[in-house]
Design a protein around this ligand. Structure first.
Ligand code: XMP
Length: 431
């Protein structure tokens, strides 16, 4: 089953023709299906998610068309002879309403079983970690986020005290985050080592405004810090990270030719000459699966349901050059956003809510004084796996509270705007 680019690769191999189009197709489309086992149980027109620029213009040899949309005549193709399906749309994203059904049908067509369970995954991974690590030591970078916490707990389950979890303050954390993370690890009854590198990170980031450079600097220095810690702590052979599948897809070409969208700090930022071997027990999982694994291991909901926070932290939310002053402004605004979203009962219903400090100053008036200060953008998105996202229609009343509280309480911000871009074509973070 080839999906999107997969359909195109298959078509090329079997002598179909693919052409760039004037009409890129991003977003929702209506799919008309023909009678085929892949669409068993699916009736009438279906909403599907499209995201492609090139399209198939002549069907490959021995293939027939089994579904189409207004824009893509060949939205699904099938060759009974080769036992190959191709789909131009994305069945794996939540916006494709019958996507799960299509994948389920495909599994039955293959004669396979749906037997992925969190319990089996944990059992297998614990065994694999034990085997891979043996009696060696592992150092794990934890951020307090869901992914690295679940990874650390899983590894701790496998090798106990052979694991050292290290939490690095990289200077681009949220308000009082270091205290919160240390408290959380205490609750989880897991030892954690706190390393304060705020000053060093900010020095390295001084004068840098290019997003990719920022990401690489943070990623590289992170590894240096780990190397330094290893020297202090004695020999460790492995570095564990909470890398998950979307981090890999968008950072590097895993097995295919995807372009680098952003260097995710725990993937693209790694220096080639890193001395530690990697342990990444979640690297083929999506966030919802990571949460399932965490829940099965008994992690509390407030840990599992934390909204995601990027590795390069506020560095990619202070647009342009980073200074401590700008970071402090953003921290205060971010804290208000999270507090109000929680108060409104929306925190767990939204994938991510945050502020972005814009490199733009605007004129305002406060009391009888002219102000000339920063603008802040509020971003709130719904997502299932970070691969696609939809902006959240936050209630006007809440937006009003956010705007007045931020402008009144955060010195340095005099204007608040709301981001209404979806992913694609936008990304969730601005940098
Ligand atoms: P984008 O901005 O690529 O973000 O649409 C997708 C999701 O990934 C998070 N993100 C990161 N997570 N390291 C991470 O661990 C990173 O470098 C990184 N960059 C973005 C982002 O917050 C969103 O949830």
């Amino acid at each position: 089953l080839g999906i999107c680019y997969g359909l195109q690769v298959i078509s090329r191999k079997y002598r179909g023709r693919i052409k760039p189009t004037d009409h890129r197709e991003y977003g929702l489309a209506r799919l008309k299906t023909k009678d085929n086992p892949l669409f068993k149980g699916i009736k009438g027109e279906q909403t599907v998610w499209m995201s492609h620029g090139d399209k198939l213009v002549s069907v490959p040899k021995n293939f027939s068309v089994v579904a189409s949309t207004a824009n893509s005549k060949y939205a699904a193709i099938f060759s009974p002879k080769n036992k190959i399906y191709g789909l131009q749309f994305h069945p794996e994203v939540v916006h494709t309403k019958s996507g799960k059904m299509i994948l389920k049908n495909f599994i039955s067509i293959c004669g396979a079983k749906r037997n992925w369970t969190a319990e089996a995954y944990i059992e297998r991974t614990v065994k694999e970690i034990k085997k891979e690590v043996g009696d060696k030591k592992v150092i794990c970078g934890v951020s307090g986020g869901v992914d690295s916490t679940v990874a650390a707990v899983l590894i701790y389950k496998a090798i106990g005290r052979q694991l050292t979890s290290v939490f690095v303050n990289n200077g681009v954390l949220r308000l009082k985050e270091e205290k919160k993370v240390i408290k959380m690890f205490k609750e989880l009854k897991m030892p954690v080592r706190y390393v304060d590198e705020e000053t060093a990170f900010l020095k390295k980031l001084k004068g840098i405004s290019d997003p990719e450079k920022k990401r690489k600097i943070i990623g590289n220095y992170f590894i240096e810090v780990f190397d330094k810690e290893v020297k202090k702590l004695g020999k460790h052979d492995f570095l564990a990270q909470g890398t998950i599948y979307p981090d890999m897809i968008e950072s590097v070409s895993v097995k295919g030719p995807s372009v680098t969208i952003k260097s995710h700090h725990n993937v693209g930022g790694l220096p080639a000459k890193m001395k530690l071997k990697l342990v990444e027990p979640l690297k083929y999982l999506f966030k919802d699966e990571v949460r399932k694994i965490g829940r099965t291991m008994g992690l509390p909901e407030h840990v599992l349901m934390r909204q995601p926070f990027p590795g390069p932290g506020l560095a990619v939310r202070v647009l342009g050059e980073i200074t401590k002053e700008k970071l402090d402004i953003l921290r205060k605004a971010d804290d208000i956003i999270i507090e109000e979203i929680k108060k409104a009962g929306l925190y767990h219903k939204i994938w991510q809510t945050f502020g972005v400090l814009l490199p733009v100053k605007t004129v305002g008036v406060m009391g009888d004084k002219r102000t000339y200060e920063n603008a802040l953008a509020i971003r709130a998105v719904h997502s299932k796996d970070a691969m696609t996202a939809e902006w959240v229609k936050l209630p006007y009343e809440l937006l009003n509270t956010l705007s007045s509280r931020i402008i009144n309480e955060v010195k340095g911000i005099n204007r608040v705007v709301f981001d209404i871009s979806n992913k694609p074509p936008g990304t969730i973070e601005w940098e």
